[in-house]
Design a protein around this ligand. Structure first.
Ligand SMILES: Nc1ncnc2c1ncn2[C@@H]1O[C@H](COP(=O)(O)OP(=O)(O)OP(=O)(O)O)[C@@H](O)[C@H]1O
Ligand SMILES: [Mg+2]
Length: 530
């Protein structure tokens, strides 16, 4: 099904339904992106499946999300079914070969695949603000938090890290506002609440280490096939924002990490963005602009992005115009909005005098689509009414035992399963802070018993070994009597010195591991340099 660097998609038909010709996707232009659209049940997922299969066979790794669980069958060999055999016969696919594919399952929650994580630091403020649907004021504050962390090389690994930083900021609003611009306590509190909500929604699983290594979704097998990474997204879809932000983060990682390759014979990776409307729903203009930019620029890094969505109107015009390879399944055209969508879809094709695109789109059968791909010199081919080929792998989900088997022999088995408790400076300090707080609490209780019933001024944390009185190994967790006294009389002052010292210390240890200031890319994720 691979012919001179072209992937076979299916066979087109003439207006009288007789067979016309094979329709192909030229691998050289797969990095000019694509769009798969159509109403529900019209064949989008199967089209994605056959594309992923073909890319894999051509040695191109694929990343895709399995939104409904029905894509997982790609890891298993296809089963003979009458309607599949019939389709193969109609389109002259002979022999129709069944095949299983090298799949790596991923899952943010770690149930249906290897764990996928990133750090707060790597995700960056823009995407995090989007994830939490922040107001401008809150986003401003978050930007300052990241600036503070980036400038000082503070590793913000998980949600707890960010929360600690924000609570530090809450105690220093005046001083920090003077340095960085207005920081309102209210915004800080709102962000804190937002982080709690995120945590309850399960995002805490996603932030931490070991973070996903891009190389692991760009693998090929020993026999030269591209690995197909399938992200379990059924549970993830309960939080559509997290789903969309995660995929966007991954896209931006690919963009920031990979070197330019220019025009190549085939892409280095093809990325399918299913339910793509979630990416753009209510997205602020600045984000859409950046997405547009990333999609445009990622091409020269050899990444093809295929958006999958019901309606071409779901994708902003600036992005739509960059999607060179189109597979349009059937759309309904009853309501004015539907008619508009069909019109837009029809108008994006290079017309075929043999039929009216608008009418054809409403009459396409299941597993049939209008197809136009980029041909020689990147010119779109004339649109053809095409019967998409049946998949070689299984149609529908695999069983859980089958999935477990695939995961057990996966090349990343065991690499992401356990949380890594990296002894980052920040975490170390947090532990100390907790110990110190505990010690302080005990002390305070004792004092309270001694003193009359005076309300304690502060439960704020202190860090022994990071003030002006002690440079011990930090494990003592005990506050000196002198320090305690200061704390009692001037809690704000004490906390300031302690946290400042803590931040300085974090900067020192982080600097030794990073060796340079952090730089952020278009979507605000970390640039790693190459
Ligand atoms: N190329 C094809 N060859 C044979 N059968 C197909 C093909 N495409 C789709 N079908 C049939 O149509 C069914 C629905 O297709 P599919 O799941 O791809 O629709 P969908 O557009 O993804 O729907 P949804 O929007 O609900 O996810 C398939 O289960 C299969 O039976
Ligand atoms: Mg589907």
């Amino acid at each position: 099904m691979l012919e001179d660097g072209k992937l076979y998609l299916g066979t087109s038909r003439n207006p009288d339904d007789s067979i016309n010709k094979g329709e192909y996707l030229d691998l050289r232009y797969a990095n000019r992106h694509g769009l798969i659209t159509g109403a529900t049940g019209t064949g989008k997922t199967v089209t994605l499946q056959i594309l992923a299969e073909s890319f894999s066979n051509a040695g191109v790794p694929v990343f895709c999300a399995d939104v409904k669980g029905d894509l997982s069958g790609i890891a298993a060999i296809g089963e003979t079914k009458d309607f599949l055999e019939k389709r193969a016969k109609t389109i002259g696919l002979d022999p129709y070969v069944y095949q299983e594919f090298p799949v790596i399952f991923w899952d943010l929650f770690g149930d249906k695949g290897h764990r996928v994580r990133t750090t707060i630091s790597e995700m960056g403020p823009l995407l995090l603000a989007r994830l939490m649907d922040m107001s401008d004021a809150q986003e401003g504050v978050l930007n300052i938090a990241f600036k503070l962390a980036d400038e000082n090389g503070l590793p913000l690994l998980d949600l707890k890290d960010l929360r600690s930083l924000l609570s530090y900021m809450a105690g220093e609003t005046e001083k920090l506002s003077a340095m960085y611009g207005n920081i309102s306590k209210q915004s800080l509190a709102t962000i804190q609440r937002g982080l709690l909500v995120l945590e309850q929604q399960g995002a805490e699983h996603f932030f931490g280490e070991p973070a996903l290594k891009i190389a692991d979704i760009m693998r090929t097998t020993n026999d030269g096939r591209g690995a197909i990474s399938v992200l379990a997204a059924d549970k993830l879809m309960m939080n559509p924002r997290l789903y969309a932000t995660f995929l966007l983060w991954l896209l931006s990682e690919l963009f920031e990490e990979l070197p330019e390759v220019g025009d190549a014979d085939k892409p280095r990776l093809v990325f399918f963005f299913d339910e793509a409307h979630l990416l753009f729903d209510e997205a602020p203009k600045v984000l859409i602009d950046r997405v547009e930019q990333v999609v445009r620029l990622i091409r020269s890094k050899g990444i093809g992005v295929f958006f999958v969505t019901q309606n071409p109107l779901d994708v902003p015009e600036t992005v739509l115009s960059q999607l060179g390879n189109r597979v349009q399944h059937a759309l309904r055209a009853y309501t004015p909005r539907e008619q508009k969508a069909v019109k837009v879809a029809a108008e994006t094709f290079r017309p075929n005098p043999a039929f009216d695109c608008f009418v054809a789109i409403t009459q396409l059968g299941v597993g049939e689509a209008l197809v136009s791909t980029l041909a020689a010199k990147g010119v779109p081919s004339m649109v053809e009414r095409t019967l998409i080929r049946p998949p070689s792998s299984r149609l529908g989900p695999i069983s859980e035992p089958e999935r477990a088997k695939v995961m057990a022999v996966s090349p990343v088995a065991g690499q992401y399963d356990e949380d890594l408790d990296r002894d980052s400076a920040f975490e170390m300090l947090q532990r100390r802070a907790e110990e110190a707080a505990k010690a302080e609490e005990t002390e305070r209780r004792r004092e309270e018993e001694d003193d009359e019933k005076e309300q304690p001024e502060s439960r704020r944390w202190t860090l022994p070994g990071y003030g002006d009185d002690d440079d011990g190994d930090g494990r003592s967790g005990r506050t000196s009597p002198k320090r305690r006294k200061t704390s009692k009389s001037r809690p704000g002052y004490k906390r300031q010195t302690v946290t400042e010292a803590a931040i300085k210390s974090m900067a020192r240890s982080a600097a030794s591991s990073l060796g340079r200031a952090l730089v952020r890319g278009i979507l605000g994720s970390l640039k790693k340099g190459f």
